[in-house]
Write a protein that binds this ligand. Structure first.
Ligand SMILES: *[C@@H]1O[C@H](CO)[C@@H](O)[C@H](O)[C@H]1NC(C)=O
Ligand SMILES: *[C@@H]1O[C@H](CO)[C@@H](O)[C@H](O)[C@H]1NC(C)=O
Ligand SMILES: *[C@@H]1O[C@H](CO)[C@@H](O)[C@H](O)[C@H]1NC(C)=O
Ligand SMILES: *[C@@H]1O[C@H](CO)[C@@H](O)[C@H](O)[C@H]1NC(C)=O
Length: 253
């Protein structure tokens, strides 16, 4: 079975490389990623790691803005919080470090991804990089996009993966990567959305085939702790969009 799966994978990859998908894939310049804070913290808590959602964070939050040309591109370009001090109140709200390390999350994202954004004029300074992420977040209201299709955070309703995908397709004109987290014996939860952008920072198709066929939920191993499954949602299973209020109460207590 596994062998058949792998062969199918390879075949599809070959097919993709030879079709128009290739263009779409190579045109991806940046990936803009948002996470659902409730899912993020539920996963952290399941593994006894601290995670707190500020009261005024009631929306999908920024995980990162990731240029595709590399990671950790320039060690001589250190993160400097002074350069983004006007943005800090907004970043605390829309790009919060739920693990509670203050600006460490921004520094990490800057070192790993921001230092690679220099080739895009819209992001060639630290201020412009963080400001662009905030602007994209402002323009991509995922809660609204989902609720337009009747997909609202809920304690127990699960949604069809196809409906979630359709909601995003309607909003962006293309399908983003939709990722889930699944704890042992529990339903998969909507966790993260990666929207692929071209050089004009407009949404384009991600490398869908790689995402959905070859990389299903993979186990994330942790020392002596329960593994979690993180990755592309299982298309044939219902998806939970974790309800906000009681979830927050549970998490922040
Ligand atoms: C959000 O809440 C935090 C503390 O919980 C507060 O410091 C901050 O000013 C609030 N931000 C906004 C924009 O309301
Ligand atoms: C790295 O960043 C420094 C400081 O901004 C800059 O002067 C230098 O040109 C950058 N190097 C590369 C290879 O982009
Ligand atoms: C950080 O940026 C500010 C404002 O541009 C500058 O005055 C300061 O020297 C920088 N700090 C470091 C450590 O480079
Ligand atoms: C980015 O994608 C949009 C929408 O498909 C397209 O109109 C635009 O020309 C593309 N920009 C580049 C630089 O490819």
């Amino acid at each position: 079975m596994m062998e058949v799966f792998l062969q199918l994978c390879v075949l599809l990859l070959v097919a993709a490389a030879e079709s128009s998908h290739r263009k779409e894939y190579t045109d991806v310049a940046v990936i803009f990623t948002q996470q659902w804070p409730m899912t993020f913290c539920l996963e952290k808590h399941a593994h006894q790691e601290p995670c707190v959602i500020p009261d005024n964070v009631t929306f999908w939050t920024i995980h990162g803005l990731w240029p595709k040309n590399g990671e950790f591109c320039n060690a001589s370009w250190p993160f400097n919080e002074t350069k983004i001090k006007e943005l800090v109140p907004l970043l605390k709200l829309y790009w919060p470090d739920l693990k509670g390390h203050g600006s460490e999350f921004w520094k990490y994202e800057w070192d790993k991804h921001g230092t690679c954004a220099g080739s895009l004029p819209e992001m060639n300074s630290e201020f412009k990089y963080f400001n662009k992420a905030l602007e994209l977040h402002h323009n991509q209201n995922l809660l609204k996009i989902l609720s337009n299709m009747g997909i609202v955070p809920s304690l127990k309703n699960t949604y069809k993966f196809a409906d979630i995908e359709m909601a995003f397709h309607k909003a962006f004109g293309v399908k983003p990567k939709v990722q889930c987290i699944k704890e042992k014996d529990q339903k998969q939860m909507l966790g993260q959305i990666e929207v692929c952008l071209n050089k004009s920072l407009l949404p384009i198709a991600c490398r869908v085939i790689h995402q959905y066929v070859c990389r299903p939920l993979v186990e994330v191993k942790r020392d002596g702790r329960l593994p979690a499954l993180v990755g592309a949602c299982q298309r044939s299973h219902g998806v939970l969009h974790e309800e906000e209020v009681s979830c927050r109460r549970r998490l922040n207590k």
